[in-house]
Design a protein around this ligand. Structure first.
Ligand code: MRU
Length: 363
């Protein structure tokens, strides 16, 4: 369990600077649905958005593992919670639940994707139950379900808190540029980077979003543009290469992105292309914010160099679906994430408040 001892002003005591809670505009979509009584997990399969809205149930460890690896369920907080609930759903369908089998399942899911720390963080909490729960199958499963459901509830609450804190940074009429999808479909709540947008809109402010399309898997155009459109929030799509020019033209007031892992010094790993946005934002004097729950902070990583970057298949760049966009055997770079140095980050918005540099996240 990671404990943050950074200079947050918010702990359990109420903070006078905390904005009053406002009900957010509901994003109208959910990354996953959990039926507590039946212990069933359904995900919105994001590979098919926006063309098709397909929900499907994950019933086995193979299905959960594959859904995370293939980005059917994606976004750092969502994959941590999906792995925890998916583990419970899988074992609920097995004739026997042994500690050894659960342990193996936890180890497998913890490594399904390497960059988002939320995945091993969630699996570490499930692991703590395996060590302490009774060995009996049903009791062990009950204990695992309790932890997974707590992760689900906490993630939703952290999104709301990020929204409340982050909304204080968004003025009426603001134009917010974002990258990838760090909205409802990347979490189990109202998102991280988009949570302040939803909350500001619910408070009556007019907010426009510029969504970068996010090559190669197009989470910005396929998911963010779709999610915001369904919520009735004005969104304009741009290709990744247009962002700096929009900043130069004065069409962006602030940048808010999500994070897959934040190192102790405040370096931020997020979707590939984030670093370029931070460089451009700094050049144009535009504030650059990362928004993430405390579960995305990894105090064990002293800086961004310690964060593993996922390398994905070359064909994700060479093709869109079946359509070939490049010579079929051309060499390809395809890191899924990059690291933005803390020096380029104006502030980090978490569920605990707004942290400004110098960042120091400790155990
Ligand atoms: O590869 P993805 O789609 O899982 O990448 C997602 C991102 O990079 C998000 O910005 C990040 O996970 C934060 S989600 C709240």
């Amino acid at each position: 369990m990671f404990l943050l001892t950074a200079r947050y002003t918010l702990h359990s005591a109420p903070n006078p600077r905390t904005p009053p809670r406002s009900s957010s505009v509901p994003p109208a979509v959910r990354a996953l649905r959990w039926d507590s009584a039946a212990r069933t997990l359904r995900i919105l399969d994001q590979r098919f958005l926006p063309r098709e809205v397909i929900e499907r149930e994950l019933r086995t460890l193979d299905e959960v593992d594959d859904a995370i690896r293939s980005l059917a369920v994606r976004g750092a907080p969502a994959i941590g919670v999906a792995a925890a609930l998916g583990l419970v759903a899988s074992f609920a369908r097995m004739p026997q639940v042994s500690r050894a089998a659960v342990q193996a399942g936890i180890e497998r899911l913890a490594t399904a994707r390497p960059t988002a720390v939320n995945l091993p963080w969630a699996m570490a909490q499930m692991q703590s139950v395996v060590a302490s729960a009774p060995s009996d199958g049903a009791a062990l499963l009950d204990a695992l379900a309790a932890v997974a459901e707590r992760l689900l509830a906490n993630d939703e609450a952290m999104c709301d808190a990020i929204g409340r804190h982050g909304a204080t940074l968004i003025a009426d009429g603001a134009r917010v540029l974002t990258h990838c999808n760090a909205g409802a479909l990347a979490t189990t709540g109202i998102g991280t980077a988009l949570a302040p947008v939803y909350t500001a809109v619910a408070a009556g402010r007019r907010v426009e979003v510029v969504a970068c399309e996010t090559r190669p898997l197009l989470q910005g155009s396929r998911i963010t543009a779709w999610e915001l459109s369904r919520a009735g929030i004005p969104v304009t799509l741009c290709t990744d290469g247009m962002a700096a020019s929009l900043m130069q033209a004065g069409r962006v007031d602030l940048v808010i992105v999500g994070a897959d892992r934040i190192a102790a010094n405040g370096d931020v790993a997020n979707k590939i292309g984030t670093y370029a946005l931070a460089v451009a934002a700094r050049h144009h004097g535009i504030p650059f914010y990362a928004a993430a729950p405390s579960s995305s902070i990894d105090p064990a990583a002293p800086d961004g160099a310690a964060i593993p970057i996922e390398q994905r298949a070359a064909d994700e760049v060479r093709r869109v679906g079946e359509q070939l966009l490049a010579p079929p055997d051309v060499a390809v770079f395809n890191p899924a994430f990059d690291v933005t140095p803390a020096a380029l980050v104006t502030a980090i918005i978490t569920d605990r408040g707004i942290e400004r540099p110098p960042f120091r996240f400790a155990r």
